[in-house]
Design a protein around this ligand. Structure first.
Ligand SMILES: *Cc1c(COP(=O)(O)O)cnc(C)c1O
Length: 374
């Protein structure tokens, strides 16, 4: 028998969450962000559930080609754009749209254009650095670059693009989108072309404040609240899309004062039963998760105890008298009974975000697809 840990993908939940994005901004085209192998879910495992999207957005040419191989003929957007001149040939051949965020990329495009590839028309997303200071042209350069691009034969359309740094909260006491939206609007004033601004947090929180022809929904599609703990997935009506489940493989009855695991980090405050779970940091469960990290045993919410080891962790069974060897344990997601442990709760306890947990499930964990609904 294989070790009992497994990751289960829930396609109905993926589609449900995509529909939530659509409901928030019904006049926008929804691109499903599937970078990092669909936030760790596996591009091939999410593809069918996202087929009703208006496009896919990702970073990697190889991932774009995997989507084409699945039969997708619609839009694909490369969020970080091209990494070399040669990439333009792949974009032409695979019909990929890409962002342009830096001068060196524009130079490659001009070089390509000068070679006279007459049949090629790229849809480019001109990225503005509206304040995040990661990628994009400064407002000072933006209009000049736009002017240069409209003169290139190989440019079919130019979409104005930016990315929010603080759509999930405040910035210096102000609404976190305002400083960037103001810069963006001022810079593109009077220029034709569509716009793409919103990530998940902006879609959910500011749908009525922002005009974004193309929205780029990522984390919300994967059943995580972008502004947790202000809002939970229940608040946004999102459903978990990945369940990490394992089993109890041993039970220990320990006395008050005895310790558990490496470094004796947990000391029993009373005589108690603990369960040992087949899940550790080599499966992608964060080692830094402290005692008290939420976890389900038999669909009952309890807590981890002591240090996470490479292949195992310990759980508190005081509230789970029914537990036995073989009992189902949910690290995050749904139990087989449909009880939810939000990945946001687990990530928060480990001092990180759900993105990192989803992307971090390791190769030794078997994935499967569950077509049931909860
Ligand atoms: C990752 C990414 C998104 C999606 O962000 P979420 O917070 O996951 O919704 C959108 N736009 C860009 C440019 C990104 O890199």
């Amino acid at each position: 028998m294989p070790r009992p840990i497994q990751a289960i993908i829930h396609p109905h939940a993926l589609t449900h969450n995509l529909n939530i994005a659509r409901q928030h901004m019904p006049d926008s085209r929804v691109f499903a962000v599937v970078k990092a192998n669909a936030y760790g879910h596996g591009i091939e495992r999410v593809y069918d559930a996202f087929k009703s999207a208006d496009g896919f957005a990702l970073l990697d040419l190889a991932e774009a080609q995997r989507i084409r191989a699945l039969g997708w003929t619609g839009r694909i957007l490369l969020l970080e754009g091209i990494f070399s001149f040669q990439d333009l040939y792949v974009c032409a051949e695979q019909d990929l749209s890409f962002s342009l965020h830096s001068h060196h990329q524009v130079a490659w495009l001009k070089q390509f254009d000068a070679l006279g590839h007459h049949a090629v028309r790229f849809d480019v997303y001109l990225k503005m650095n509206s304040g995040m200071n990661r990628l994009g042209f400064t407002p000072e350069d933006y209009r000049e670059i736009w002017q240069e691009l409209i003169q290139l034969q190989c440019v079919g359309s130019i979409t104005h693009m930016m990315h929010f740094s603080d759509a999930d909260g405040e910035r210096f006491g102000e609404r976190g989108i305002d400083y960037q939206v103001t810069v963006f609007e001022r810079t593109i004033e009077g220029l034709p072309g569509e716009r793409s601004l919103c990530n998940s947090a902006a879609i959910l929180r500011y749908s009525s404040n922002i005009h974004s022809d193309v929205i780029r929904s990522g984390i919300m599609l994967y059943g995580s609240s972008p502004d947790y703990p202000t809002h939970s997935i229940q608040d946004w009506n999102l459903k978990p899309t990945m369940s990490l489940r394992s089993e109890i493989i041993a039970i220990q009855t320990i006395k008050k004062g005895q310790s558990v695991g490496y470094g004796s980090q947990f000391i029993a405050p009373e005589d108690m039963q603990i369960g040992i779970v087949a899940c550790g940091y080599a499966d992608g469960y964060q080692r830094i998760s402290p005692t008290g990290t939420p976890i389900l045993v038999h669909s009952i919410r309890t807590q981890t105890l002591g240090r996470v080891s490479m292949d195992m962790l310990a759980v508190d069974l005081r509230k789970v008298e029914s537990a036995h060897v073989g009992s189902e344990v949910v690290l995050w997601g749904y139990s087989s009974q449909g009880t939810v442990l939000a990945i946001d709760d687990v990530a928060n306890s480990a001092g990180t975000v759900s993105y990192e947990l989803m992307c971090g499930v390791t190769r030794r964990v078997q994935f499967s697809i569950d077509n049931n609904t909860f």
